[in-house]
Design a protein around this ligand. Structure first.
Ligand code: TXA
Ligand code: MG
Length: 320
């Protein structure tokens, strides 16, 4: 079985209805999707990704009202967040309905839900009778895919179809927040700035909840090495790292300036954090397949989507 890439919605519908997984575009990264109400279909996602069963999936819905198909109730403020940020890169962790299979939520009594902002996938969802459970469409632990070709490069021989929606506009995964101990809590920085969520709720987000990404059901730190290329990654001051690794075959990921004569992926020459986020994962993939031995990445401004960039680079660096 080798994957076809295309924009054939009818084929995607047919496969999903038959309980087969399909890779789908979202504004953040590509997802590997299956019928969220069909445990056998969802199991295929875990097998293809070689994802451990303790790492729960995000359920994707096509309209806000569908949140009630998977969530038992909405905590205070949830509707305000949905109105402000859906469709978009914000995932809400909500009390789950019994109908959501345990395999989707790793047996938790909560379910992660979002409405993605991608026209093709929204159209797909509007035609389907069920929501789609979808993690990022990469082998477990590797960098998330931001083009259909990225998906094909790694999972092409394991999935029947990749719906091609072009390059992802946001480029890093959704921000994940959940209601925990009577407070909105931050689980993963992502496409929506923490600052914007706090402004919307009119209160500070609680940090590092019990279910922060990587600690959901696993031993603490277990998923620390996520979003990781095969090559070692170091994060810090580029000039200092270049001196420390003088003579080695290094490549650099920088925000706005190149570091000649070294190979360098400049993520945004104009210094725009959203553009940098959009280019981050493709740069990691490019350097991972280049002939460098070591990837040196700059620390990005810790604000807005810059927090998500730093988070992904830190996790990539934690891999060794
Ligand atoms: O932007 C995104 O979020 C992308 C696109 C495809 O939507 N998806 C994505 O999925 O990044 P994935 O599987 O790579 O990350 C999902 C993460 C899990 O690792 C877990 O940390 C968190 O969502 N999660 C899911 N369900 C949860 C729950 N019930 N409680 C806490 N965290 C949960
Ligand atoms: Mg992932």
């Amino acid at each position: 079985m080798s994957a076809h890439i295309g924009t054939d919605l009818a084929l995607a519908l047919q496969l999903l209805r038959a309980g087969e997984p399909v890779a789908i575009p979202t504004e953040t990264v590509y997802g590997l999707a299956a019928n969220a109400f069909d445990p056998d279909a969802v199991l295929k996602i875990f097998t293809i990704k070689q994802r451990p069963s303790f790492d729960p999936l995000i359920v994707h819905i096509g309209k806000s009202e569908d949140v009630h198909r998977v969530a038992k109730e909405l905590p205070p403020g949830a509707e305000r967040l949905m109105a402000a940020f859906w469709p978009g890169p914000l995932t809400l962790v909500l009390p789950k309905k019994m109908e959501v299979p345990d395999i989707v939520t790793s047996g938790l009594d909560t379910v992660a839900v979002r409405m993605p902002a991608h026209p093709l996938t929204l159209e797909l969802l509007s035609l389907l009778e069920f929501p789609l459970a979808a993690p990022s469409a990469n082998p477990f632990g590797y960098v998330s895919p931001t083009t259909a070709q990225h998906v094909a490069d790694q999972l092409g021989d394991r999935i029947p179809y990749i719906l091609d929606g072009g390059a992802c506009e946001v480029g890093v995964e959704s921000t994940i927040v959940g209601w925990e101990a009577g407070q909105w809590t931050m689980y993963r920085p992502g496409g929506i700035a923490v600052e914007a969520i706090e402004a919307c709720l009119g209160m500070r987000l609680r940090r590092g909840g019990a279910q922060a990404e990587g600690t959901a059901q696993a031993a603490p730190g277990m998923l620390e090495s996520h979003y990781a290329p095969r090559k070692p990654v170091h994060v810090g001051n580029v000039e200092d790292m270049l001196s420390a690794h003088n003579g080695e075959r290094v490549a650099v990921i920088s925000f706005r300036t190149p570091y000649p004569p070294h190979r360098c992926e400049v993520l945004s020459a104009s210094g725009e954090l959203h553009e940098a986020a959009r280019n981050l994962f493709a740069a990691l993939r490019t350097l991972d397949t280049s002939d460098c031995e070591l990837i040196l990445a700059e620390h990005f401004p810790e604000e807005g989507i810059g927090r998500a960039i730093n988070d992904r680079l830190r996790r990539a660096a934690a891999a060794r």
